[in-house]
Write a protein that binds this ligand. Structure first.
Ligand code: S3P
Length: 439
């Protein structure tokens, strides 16, 4: 794990131009390792995200006896062990900062008959896990958390799981995926009903591996006991990583940037919808399909943004992009209001508080509310802000320098490597005046 002293030092101004491809989608990279490991046969992945989070998933499956070659330049070859082929690891599985690894693995491992422990770093050990342990208990699993409902999670062997009909209490793809993955090992049918659409990569990828998943309206069902057939996976560039550049190029005068091969899954494209409502100039071209996921090239040019009331139906579709969107709001004319985003408080950091604090340091009138923020757009000054060890907070404040009147320094940026290794280099190539240093 990288150190907490890593700092971004970003000089003001600049424009983002050229053509870039941001790293692979984190959600899809995790799932490629998970399903590839449980499949019969060899799964070949390209475009895999070589970030700490997805590498934590990869190491976890290696520790459970799966032979995995790579990653080499985003290429990974997984020698699947079949649905019951995993072995108990010798040590607790350390999932670092990765909520997706912990919540999805809790489901996937609950019915394997193995005894094992899932741990994580300080941030992950403070995040809510009852949202997964409770439905798993309803299925007959024994997954024990600490009294506070947090990790470590101890998974104990059980004879069988049974299917449940589960209504998601929060709009969470991680909880949905956890229950569906446990459902692969359950008797009968497992169904999950979601109150709002959340990312559907698990459902799509299961189908790519030949597993039948049925969706009727907002209800998704599968039957346990089936097998997964290995396949090839082309991971698109992560729209959540592209988001920093979509915002950066929108707010920086003279920007004209093309982002290549970006995942455009309709459960993930809220950032484009919201930026367009604010007046952004984003052109979508070369729309195509990459292994069951839509992808496209995005051209974004500077445009004057204006404040909006963000439609609540866009919140789950842009859930990871609000740190960047708050920076867009700070540079827009007028007021932007976000509501219905309580989930932001239990991400890698409390993203409402962390962003409001940092924006206020930069002279922005940003008022946190329980479920969102009210931001008055205006001028940004420089200053030193804290990322709270949260990758998306760090990258968002780096982009804010494009419109600040003096330097922005961002503390505690090592965690950028969880989702976006090479961010500093790529952002600098595109035109951000960023230097990464220590102390
Ligand atoms: C993810 C789901 C989202 C998202 C996270 C990745 C996934 O979390 O914030 O970065 O891969 O399923 P929730 O499902 O908890 O909202």
């Amino acid at each position: 794990m990288s150190d907490s002293l890593t700092k971004f030092h970003v000089s003001p101004g600049g424009a983002l131009c050229g053509r870039i491809r941001v790293p692979g989608d984190k959600s899809i990279s995790h799932r490629s390792i998970m399903l590839g490991s449980l499949a019969d046969g060899v799964t070949r992945v390209s475009g895999f995200l070589e970030g700490e989070d997805s590498l934590a998933t990869l190491s976890a499956f290696r520790a459970m006896g799966v032979e995995i070659d790579g990653p080499h330049d985003g290429r990974v070859v997984i020698h699947g062990v079949g649905r019951k082929g995993l072995k108990a690891p010798a040590q607790p599985l350390d999932l670092g900062n990765s909520g997706t690894s912990m919540r999805l693995l809790a489901g996937l491992l609950a019915g394997q008959g193995l005894d094992l422990v899932l741990t994580g770093d300080a941030s992950l050990s403070g995040r809510p896990m009852r949202r997964v342990t409770e439905p798993l208990a309803q299925m007959g699993a024994r997954v024990e958390a600490r009294d506070a409902g947090t990790a470590p999670l101890h998974i104990r062997p059980v004879e069988t799981l049974h299917g449940i009909d589960f209504q998601l209490p929060v709009a969470s793809a991680q909880v949905k995926s956890c229950v569906l993955l446990a459902g692969l090992y359950a008797d009968g049918e497992t169904c999950v009903t979601e109150s709002a659409p959340t990312r559907d990569h698990t459902e799509r990828m299961l189908q790519g591996f030949g597993y039948e998943v049925r969706r009727t309206g907002n209800r998704i069902c599968l039957r346990g006991g089936g097998r997964l057939r290995a396949c090839d996976i082309d991971v698109p560039a992560d729209i959540s990583s592209a988001a920093f550049f979509l915002v950066g190029a929108s707010i920086a005068p003279d920007s004209d940037l093309v982002l290549e091969h970006v995942g455009m899954n309709p459960t993930r494209d809220g950032v484009i919808n919201i930026l367009r409502l604010m007046g952004a100039d984003i052109e979508v071209s070369k729309e195509r399909n990459a292994g069951g996921e839509p992808v496209a090239d995005l051209r974004v040019r500077h445009a004057p943004l204006h404040g909006i009331r963000i439609p609540e139906d866009q919140v789950p579709l842009a859930i990871d992009e609000f740190p960047a969107l708050f920076v867009a709001a700070a540079c827009a004319e007028g007021e932007t209001v976000l509501t219905g985003a309580e989930e932001l408080r239990v991400k890698e950091s409390d993203r409402i508080q962390a962003m409001a604090d940092g924006l206020q340091t930069l002279g922005v009138d940003a008022r946190p509310t329980p479920g969102g923020m009210i931001v008055q757009g205006g001028a940004l000054r420089g200053g030193e802000v804290d990322s709270h060890g949260d990758h998306r907070i760090a990258m968002s404040f780096a982009m804010a320098a494009l419109r600040a009147d003096s330097d922005i320094r961002v503390r505690d940026c090592a965690n950028v490597n969880t989702s976006f290794p090479g961010f500093g280099r790529l952002a600098s190539e595109a035109g951000l005046h960023i230097v990464t240093g220590n102390g």
